[in-house]
Design a protein around this ligand. Structure first.
Ligand SMILES: *[C@@H]1O[C@H](CO)[C@@H](O)[C@H](O)[C@H]1NC(C)=O
Ligand SMILES: *[C@@H]1O[C@H](CO)[C@@H](O)[C@H](O)[C@H]1NC(C)=O
Ligand SMILES: *[C@@H]1O[C@H](CO)[C@@H](O)[C@H](O)[C@H]1NC(C)=O
Ligand SMILES: *[C@@H]1O[C@H](CO)[C@@H](O)[C@H](O)[C@H]1NC(C)=O
Ligand SMILES: *[C@@H]1O[C@H](CO)[C@@H](O)[C@H](O)[C@H]1NC(C)=O
Ligand SMILES: *[C@@H]1O[C@H](CO)[C@@H](O)[C@H](O)[C@H]1NC(C)=O
Length: 662
């Protein structure tokens, strides 16, 4: 270590005479490392040298592992000196007490090599800010909370309630020993940790954010040898100090407009401390059925320049948004009610209209950021040239060759069948070693039903979130053709669902009610957290006037091993109803990035070589799914689509995203 430092020091000494700028890391460490990021004066210092943090957000769990280095190189080449990422508890502890930090056997294991991400960041000459939660919001499923926490009745999410804190502490006691070696003062890249997230926003009727809770989190960090700067972040002009502890955490601000107003508020609250924007919203996310949101490059330039001029440190949120792969998207709950009627699922794409788009390509904003940093960063370091872009290929369309109607899957290939007196939420199923079902779909099946002509099905309470109802395998509920359909039976806005199941009498019908979990709330009223169950759980189900009991419940999690073992595929017939559809993509070269054009499909899930790529929905605004080359192989690629409504005969590929709301 000492030798390395001396060599670096020598290099740095000679660098100016050679006309070479030092690297970012050399600039701050050439004299050895004696102190980390300090906020004890009105500006930041790192290792005793003044520093302005020019950071960009990029979440490892939203980018294929094979692309981490490429994206971080691009981030550094824009002139940034730091990358920021959240840590997602729900992915790292997928079952109660079972942890995965890469190759841990969980469905998302390849995304979870946090140590590798930190090493690459350091290799690529970047410092790191870690926002460890436990709650992270981030438009991520349940704000990063594992869904099995919902099984504890008295769980006081985001409070000092003992059961909640017990689980937080157990998780942090596994996470933090991994992270501690990567701290700056231990020779690593991590210069700061954020605890909780926009905690001040939890102010609501009957709830006052607890300083005690923040202090308990801090104690867990200290016990685990976390020594770098601790910060909180909030919508500072509305929350003031309520989401932090003055003098203990450095407060930072999150905003997308009025930089001077926001930053002056920080100065007012912390007159002798540095000013930092933890989230400068350079773009925005999308909800399904809403318009696609953008922020122009001119507006982005104006706001970013005003932050730099202030002057303030700043993290661009998002620098590279990436993708909510599989089932990981979150949701809004807009109306503050507990009943799910204000549900707003986040799209699969987390493009965010950011400097690097979802596929890692440069946008106008990239060059805006690069130009402004060249102008404003007083510290000249060796910044690489922006790397070349990966080619995007629109593969020729492929035909659907095989299918299995979904009712047949439930009969012949159920992953589990749970007999239950009543309908229950997916989180409460006795599967996954007592952790319940986190993601996917849940089918409630009732066999041997007598249906007189025009029998009515009644589902009490709001659906969480989307339902399809099949009678003997035939879809009887409403199709989702346009966003107006969301106001009708089959979707979450109805307080009670009434549906005619049949026209003619049936003496021995099978009724399947298949409910989709389309993302758990990632923000909103703190009192809603322990009520955000998925499936049917808000009331009873009636057929005609009779309350239905004795269900077969079948969870459809689309785990890789199950999807890959599916048998009983039949040739594609003329039927196009709810079911699994298969197509084969034959590649004879190095696989490339591509996009699946889903405009002719209705709504569902695409699975590539066993990996759930993500949800699609014709209602938009997102119409294509980014399919990264590393998910494909030279040879035969299995693509399986779970179409919930009406399928097409083929699958087409395009080279860029298509935005359109219908
Ligand atoms: C660090 O920044 C402060 C505030 O801008 C300035 O007063 C001070 O001179 C700077 N120190 C060095 C060594 O540049
Ligand atoms: C099941 O859960 C228990 C307790 O949470 C844990 O100790 C055990 O390792 C888990 N078993 C498996 C096979 O994951
Ligand atoms: C939910 O959390 C609140 C605290 O926010 C707690 O008072 C309540 O008992 C919890 N449980 C349920 C089922 O609401
Ligand atoms: C295929 O379907 C038949 C009934 O049609 C069933 O008996 C068999 O178990 C199924 N095979 C598999 C592997 O699921
Ligand atoms: C009712 O249908 C099921 C299949 O759903 C079948 O196994 C059973 O034999 C049928 N019973 C009668 C009485 O027709
Ligand atoms: C793709 O696979 C074929 C057949 O196995 C092989 O001949 C070819 O070299 C491979 N191409 C690349 C780029 O890997």
């Amino acid at each position: 270590m000492a030798v390395g430092v001396t060599l670096l020091g020598l290099l740095y000494l000679f660098a100016p005479t050679l006309g070479l700028d030092p690297t970012n890391y050399e600039y701050f460490t050439s004299d050895g490392i004696s102190s980390g990021l300090s906020a004890d004066q009105p500006y930041f210092t790192l290792n005793g040298k003044n520093i302005t943090i020019y950071s960009g957000a990029m979440h490892y769990f939203r980018v294929p592992r094979a692309y981490w280095r490429d994206r971080l190189q691009k981030l550094r080449a824009a002139g940034l000196n730091t990358v920021e990422t959240y840590i997602a508890w729900n992915l790292h502890e997928p079952e109660n007490g079972v942890f995965d930090f890469g190759e841990g056997g969980s469905e998302m294991e390849d995304f979870l090599h946090v140590e590798e991400y930190l090493k690459i960041a350091q290799d690529e000459d970047l410092f790191v800010i870690l926002r460890i939660g436990p709650y992270i919001c981030s438009e991520f499923n349940f704000g990063g909370f594992p869904s099995w926490l919902l099984r504890e009745e008295q769980m006081g999410f985001r409070t000092s309630e003992p059961t909640y804190l017990k689980y937080v502490e157990r998780y942090f006691n596994v996470l933090l020993p991994i992270l501690k070696d990567y701290q700056f003062t231990n020779g690593g890249p991590v210069i700061a940790f954020q605890v909780e997230n926009e905690y001040g926003y939890t102010v609501s009727e009957g709830y006052k954010p607890e300083r005690e809770y923040l202090e308990q989190l801090r104690q867990i960090l200290i016990k685990n040898d976390i020594v770098e700067l601790l910060v909180t972040s909030d919508g500072i002009t509305s929350t003031g100090v309520s989401g932090s502890i003055p003098g203990v955490f450095l407060q930072t601000a999150n905003f997308g407009s009025d930089p001077e107003g926001q930053l002056n508020k920080l100065v007012e609250l912390q007159p002798d401390r540095p000013v930092m924007t933890m989230e400068y919203w350079i773009g925005w996310f999308d909800y399904w059925s809403d318009e696609h949101h953008t922020v122009s490059a001119d507006t982005a330039k104006d706001l970013y320049e005003r932050i730099l001029k202030f002057p303030a440190s700043v993290n661009i949120y998002m620098f590279h948004g990436g993708t909510n792969f599989g089932f990981t998207n979150g949701a809004g709950l807009s109306n503050g009610l507990f009943d799910n009627s204000g549900f707003e699922p986040i799209t699969t794409s987390y493009d965010y209209d950011s400097p690097l788009n979802e596929a890692g390509d440069y946008t106008d904003k990239y060059f805006v950021v690069r130009e402004l940093l060249e102008k404003y960063n007083p510290v000249k370091t060796n910044t690489p040239d922006p790397p070349a872009l990966a080619p995007k290929v629109g593969y020729p369309s492929i035909s659907i060759d095989k299918q299995i109607p979904i009712a047949q899957v439930l009969t012949e290939n159920p992953p589990h069948v749970i007999n239950s007196e009543n309908v229950i939420a997916m989180e409460m199923l006795d599967i996954n070693n007592g952790s319940g079902q986190s993601f996917g779909y849940i089918a409630y099946r009732k066999e041997n039903v007598y249906l007189g002509p025009y029998t009515r099905l009644i589902i009490e309470g709001n659906i969480c979130d989307v339902v399809i109802v099949l009678v003997d395998g035939v879809l009887m509920s409403r199709n989702l053709e346009s966003k107006d359909d969301l106001n009708w039976v089959g979707f979450w806005r109805q307080k009670q669902s009434f549906l005619i199941l049949n026209r003619e009498k049936k003496t021995n019908a099978t009724v399947d009610i298949i409910v989709e979990e389309w993302g758990r709330m990632n923000g909103g009223n703190i009192h809603q957290y322990n009520k955000t169950f998925k499936g049917l759980w808000q009331g009873d189900v009636y057929i005609d006037t009779e309350r239905v009991s004795d269900w077969k419940i079948i969870p459809l999690e689309f785990k890789k091993s199950w999807t890959n073992s599916l048998a009983n595929w039949s040739d594609k017939t003329s039927s196009d109803g709810p079911g699994l559809y298969h197509a084969n993509l034959e590649i004879t070269t190095e696989p490339s990035d591509t996009y699946l054009d889903m405009r002719k499909w209705t709504k569902g899930l695409v699975i590539v070589n066993g990996f759930p790529l993500g949800k699609y929905a014709k209602i938009g605004p997102q119409q294509a799914l980014y399919l990264p080359g590393p998910f494909l192989k030279n040879g035969s690629n299995d693509i399986v689509i779970f179409e919930q409504f009406k399928a097409d005969d083929e699958l087409s590929f395009v080279t860029k995203q298509i935005w359109n709301t219908v």
